[in-house]
Unconditional design. Structure first.
Length: 233
């Protein structure tokens, strides 16, 4: 597997989603981590500097750039991950390490945890970078993902629905928090990721050339629009 991966995103409506998901089911395998309904819930806590460097880098399309987040799935806080997603020359790379619920709460409070005795090299490096950049938590992003995979090209196709956000940082680990929608009714995000090549039959079957590519960032949109009516907070 290459270190960086290709990642294309498309903003699609309800009709396109229904057609494309049906086509994906016919040519791809379901991700083994998906539930019986073929999907799982993702909740992430994103970080930014006091000057909102990540926000403006995204807005300006700066390259390279990176952002940090803490993520868990299906409201299961027994497995929490700290991730750094880097983008360079239109490709992406994700670095991740586990964090404990106690460490997560420190991050939620705006503190970078001190290294523990058994801290990994990767975790220490990520903690250090976050401390040097004075990163603090700024927004929660949540959505439901339906993932499909293909071994050839290490392809991953995902449909992200019900994208919502929250400023309730203190409630990040709680099952229920106040949420707000950030997309229009029925809109979803289709993401297609691969390593060295994207098999032509996947590209053709999903009619990717007919879709409009977007530099969509869930983090950017969730920060730009909030419950106060289009004001970044």
């Amino acid at each position: 597997m290459t270190e960086y991966r290709h990642e294309y995103k498309y903003r699609i409506d309800a009709r396109q989603r229904a057609v494309l998901r049906l086509r994906a089911q016919g040519i791809l395998e379901r991700d083994v981590h998906a539930g019986t309904d073929g999907a799982y819930l993702i909740r992430s806590l994103y970080f930014d500097s006091p000057e909102d460097d990540c926000f403006y880098e995204n807005e300006n399309g700066d390259d390279p750039r990176e952002k940090y987040r803490i993520r868990f799935y299906n409201c299961d806080t027994s497995r929490i991950s700290l991730e750094c997603k880097a983008k360079s020359r239109g490709m992406t790379k994700k670095t991740a390490c586990p964090v404990t619920p106690d460490q997560c709460r420190q991050f939620m409070a705006g503190e970078i945890p001190k290294p523990e005795r058994e801290i990994s090299i990767k975790q220490e490096a990520m903690f250090t970078q976050m401390r040097l950049k004075s990163l603090r938590p700024v927004v929660i992003v949540q959505y439901i993902r339906a993932p499909f995979v293909c071994d050839a090209g290490n392809v991953r196709v995902t449909f992200d629905d019900d994208i919502v956000s929250s400023n309730d940082i203190a409630g990040f680990l709680q099952p229920e928090i106040p949420l707000r929608c950030v997309l229009g009714t029925g809109e979803s995000i289709l993401e297609v990721k691969w390593d060295e090549f994207l098999p032509s039959y996947i590209k053709d079957r999903l009619a990717l050339d007919s879709l409009q590519w977007t530099s969509f960032s869930k983090y950017y949109l969730c920060r730009k629009y909030n419950c106060y009516g289009g004001v970044r907070v």
